[in-house]
Design a protein around this ligand. Structure first.
Ligand SMILES: CC(C)(COP(=O)(O)OP(=O)(O)OC[C@H]1O[C@@H](n2cnc3c(N)ncnc32)[C@H](O)[C@@H]1OP(=O)(O)O)[C@@H](O)C(=O)NCCC(=O)NCCS
Length: 417
């Protein structure tokens, strides 16, 4: 451990943070993976000390600390709770309830620092020390606790900063505030119950908020928050450096929220979020015309060449007559959204081909739906394995198949003669 990590002391960390742009008087929200910084002389608490050294007596340090004993996972979406459970579960007490250890060892250190204040939200409390600690933690709405009036909103108003020390870009809690503010349809709302103290008596309260486990249905290959923050950085915003050994970032909170709200509204405002209800069914001769259209569209998209209609028509005839294959069609309430062809090549092995989803229906899980039905058909035929052939240049198809559990086996190579 000692050999694999540099020794990093408080003054080195303070120096690195100042280089990153942390300044006296700053209000800083911290996300830290302490182990990434190095072997810290004096222990993890020195990270908080180093920040305090840089921001000075007029500065403020805050963290999202939550509650280690939160019954969120049990009560979310659960409706009525058994009386014995309600009796048994202890109430959240802002003065003593432990912080979430999994979010960093420093959450509990900060909560128990001299002069630390804690907001009163039972599931998503914040702790803060310094000049603006009271302003940040004083009012934390029970309902929609990441929205207006929340510590995150105050962080923006105070022109605060977000500091990541070795923490992943996906951990930027502030983006929950952006999710809240973004005017897009279909954000998932959750309901849960929390035991809080009211005049010294335990009371169960109902809480409603946008799901912090992903209220937007994002289908990208990387985490939504990571994707947004990465694009923000690529646009030249924020500063990047190292604190000790840890890759570290510093962002202006209000600017990042503004960027994220615009980004989310651009990505999610056009109905990508609407539920598409899809039925997958075997094609029959009455689907001949639409299949010709789909096959030709696919051919044009993947080869940049036109397929004559007569040729497409013959191909469809062969498919529909063959005993060892099944053409499946994905259908929405309004129209045909895609097709796939499953063929039993031998008693052991099947293949899938001609997977095509109409462009406006892509990224909504239609290939996933079609693949499930096609695999079921092949299993019925006794197949144990299924293969597909993907053009090496078709990056989207490769990604899609990989995320459906397919892995490359042979690589076929060629060159013009
Ligand atoms: C490839 C194709 C069939 C995918 O259909 P789709 O309905 O958009 O795919 P799905 O929505 O079911 O996505 C399945 C997975 O693929 C991945 N994926 C799909 N399109 C992606 C893209 N453009 N970028 C990154 N990942 C993508 C996602 O990870 C998704 O998983 P997730 O939903 O868990 O995030 C579609 O893009 C298409 O018709 N392309 C043209 C024809 C073609 O190339 N066919 C493949 C021949 S092998």
């Amino acid at each position: 451990m000692l050999r694999s990590h540099q020794l990093v002391n408080r003054s080195r960390m303070a120096h690195d943070m100042a280089n990153l742009g942390v300044s006296p008087g700053d209000t800083v929200m911290l996300h830290a993976a302490v182990g990434a910084i190095g072997w810290i002389v004096g222990g993890p608490e020195e990270v908080l000390g180093a920040i305090a050294d840089v921001i000075g007596p007029r500065g403020t340090l805050l963290m999202y600390i939550g509650w280690e004993g939160s019954p969120y996972d049990i009560t979310v979406g659960a409706g009525e709770l058994p009386p014995a459970f309600m009796e048994m579960w202890p109430a959240f007490d802002p003065a003593t309830s432990r912080a979430m250890h999994a979010w960093s060892v420093l959450t509990e250190y900060l909560r128990t620092s001299p002069g630390a204040q804690r907001s009163s939200h039972p599931d998503s409390s914040f702790a803060a020390v310094g000049e603006n600690a009271t302003e940040i933690t004083r009012s934390h709405p029970l309902q929609y606790g990441m929205g207006p009036g929340s510590p995150l909103a105050t962080l923006c108003t105070l022109r605060g900063k977000v500091l990541l020390l070795g923490a992943p870009l996906s951990s930027v809690t502030l983006l929950h505030h952006a999710e809240h503010l973004a005017q897009v349809p279909g954000k998932e709302v959750v309901h849960y119950k929390m035991p809080i103290l009211q005049h010294g008596t335990k009371t169960w309260v109902d809480i409603e908020e946008f799901a912090t486990t992903g209220c937007l249905r994002w289908r990208g290959p990387t985490d939504l928050f990571e994707t947004i923050v990465r694009e923000y950085i690529q646009g030249g915003h924020g500063s990047i450096g190292r604190v000790g050994e840890a890759p570290s970032y510093l962002f202006d909170a209000d600017d990042l929220v503004g960027f994220a709200v615009d980004w989310i509204e651009t990505q999610f405002s056009h109905g990508e979020d609407e539920d598409v209800s899809v039925t997958v069914r075997p094609a029959d001769p009455s689907d001949h015309r639409i299949l010709v259209t789909l096959v030709r569209a696919m051919h044009e998209e993947t080869t940049d060449a036109q397929m004559p209609e007569a040729q497409a028509s013959r191909t469809i005839d062969e498919w529909l007559e063959a005993k060892d294959r099944r053409v499946l069609i994905a259908e929405t309430e309004r129209d045909i959204a895609g097709m796939i062809v499953a063929a039993a090549l031998s008693r052991q092995r099947g293949s899938l081909s001609h997977a095509f989803v109409v462009p406006e229906y892509r990224r909504q899980g239609i290939l996933r739906e079609m693949e499930m039905d096609a695999s079921a058909y092949l299993r019925e035929q006794g197949c144990c394995d299924v293969e597909i052939h993907v053009d090496a240049k078709n990056g989207v198809a490769q990604t899609a198949w990989r995320s459906l559990g397919y892995a490359p086996t042979i690589e076929s190579m060629e060159r013009p003669l």
